[in-house]
Design a protein around this ligand. Structure first.
Ligand code: FEO
Length: 373
């Protein structure tokens, strides 16, 4: 990979993963990047690493800027292996490099990587700073955005926030900055990422946004996708809205799977009815689309209508997977509705309703059809 100069002394040295198509249940049709950064000062600082299989290309990219063995400091913002995978190698190649990490981060990397168990680390907390010469790094813990160890690092003199997973997007490709994409494309990728990764943690996101509001920020460097420099206010505004559960009160998502077309016909009829009521609708067939592709639309919809035929006295496996995923991400304060066709026993509709009501949703009357409409 080619390194990218972000500022005179700040470089992107990450890796681009064109091939990855799944992140723990989240389908990533556009691949992703694992962003890492190098900051040159009296001391050389590396911020985050990459997924383990990309270690060599990452090391070669760093070498375009400095001899990698000269790294003095490694800031580890997050333990998850897509960012810490190359940390054991870096630690081995730079035995004197000092590692800065959150309290939960230290526990995580030592539990995960045997080679790091005896490595001394600087455990930092919110407000702690690190001076590397002309530069000051300030640490900001972000517990549960989206792991207990998650942390951001602010480079004060350059007004850059290294936000790790927050504000990320799963996009591979040549673009490194937000203004190299159309705003609509950027927003779609940011919202999809938020819906599939950050959604359960609205309250924690609000705390992060409150802390970030006190910082002058010219660039946000997330650990996936493009860096934000032109659309920072817009993306912060969307994060604020999503974290508060603000959604469009006129949007309905219809998601279904169908055995022989009857439930599909019900879904299409339901879409027509909702449109006739003036609602914006989006419809997903789970036999054609992965359950994670639905979430970006659910983020801003207040109606969630779920349809399933009955198979062997239960809902279809694709619908069960969708509901399991939805329950985990836990969007709140929605209005739910179940529908489905059946031949003789017809349990699926009540089972879907049970899940939706268990999530605290107000329910619209279910629609259940024997054989065909
Ligand atoms: Fe991109 Fe939580 O790892």
């Amino acid at each position: 990979m080619q390194c990218v100069k972000i500022r005179e002394n700040v470089y992107w040295v990450g890796a681009v993963d064109e091939k990855v198509r799944m992140f723990h249940g989240y389908q990533t049709p556009y691949g992703t990047s694992y962003n890492a950064f190098l900051v040159l000062d009296e001391k050389i600082t590396l911020i985050d690493t990459v997924k383990a299989p990309f270690t060599q290309t990452f090391w070669d990219t760093i070498a375009q800027v400095v001899p990698p063995e000269k790294i003095d400091i490694v800031i580890t913002n997050h333990v998850e292996p897509d960012h810490s995978g190359a940390l054991p190698y870096v630690a081995q190649q730079c035995p004197n490099a000092e590692i800065y990490i959150s309290p939960n981060g230290e526990k995580g990397v030592k539990a995960y990587y045997a080679s790091l168990q005896d490595r001394p680390m600087h455990v930092v907390s919110t407000g702690d700073t690190l001076c590397t010469g002309a530069y000051t790094f300030e640490f900001l813990l972000m517990p549960m955005v989206h792991w207990p160890d998650s942390m951001a690092t602010y480079l004060r003199e350059e007004k850059i926030l290294f936000s790790n997973d927050a504000f990320g997007q799963h996009i591979a490709g040549k673009e490194r900055f937000d203004d190299e994409l159309s705003y609509d494309n950027l927003l779609e990728r940011v919202s999809d990422y938020y819906a599939n990764i950050i959604l359960p943690f609205g309250k924690q996101v609000q705390k992060v946004l409150a802390s970030v509001a006190g910082l002058e920020i010219e660039i946000i460097c997330p650990s996936h996708g493009v860096l934000l420099r032109s659309f920072i206010p817009e993306i912060l505004e969307r994060y604020a809205a999503w974290s508060k559960g603000t959604f469009c009160e006129n949007k309905a998502v219809i998601v279904y799977d169908s055995m022989w077309g009857s439930t599909e016909e019900m879904a299409q009829r339901l879409e027509q009815e909702l449109q006739a009521q003036g609602k914006d609708t989006v419809i997903f067939s789970l036999s054609q689309q992965h359950h994670s592709q639905v979430m970006g639309d659910i983020l801003e919809a207040n109606y969630i209508c779920v349809g399933s035929s009955t198979l062997n006295r239960t809902m279809l496996p694709t619908v069960a997977a969708f509901l399991c995923y939805l329950k985990g991400l836990n969007p709140q304060n929605r209005i739910g509705m179940a529908f489905g066709a059946y031949g003789w026993s017809g349990e699926s509709v009540a089972q879907v309703e049970d899940v939706l009501s268990g999530m605290g949703y107000e329910l619209l009357p279910a629609q259940k059809v024997k054989w065909k409409l």
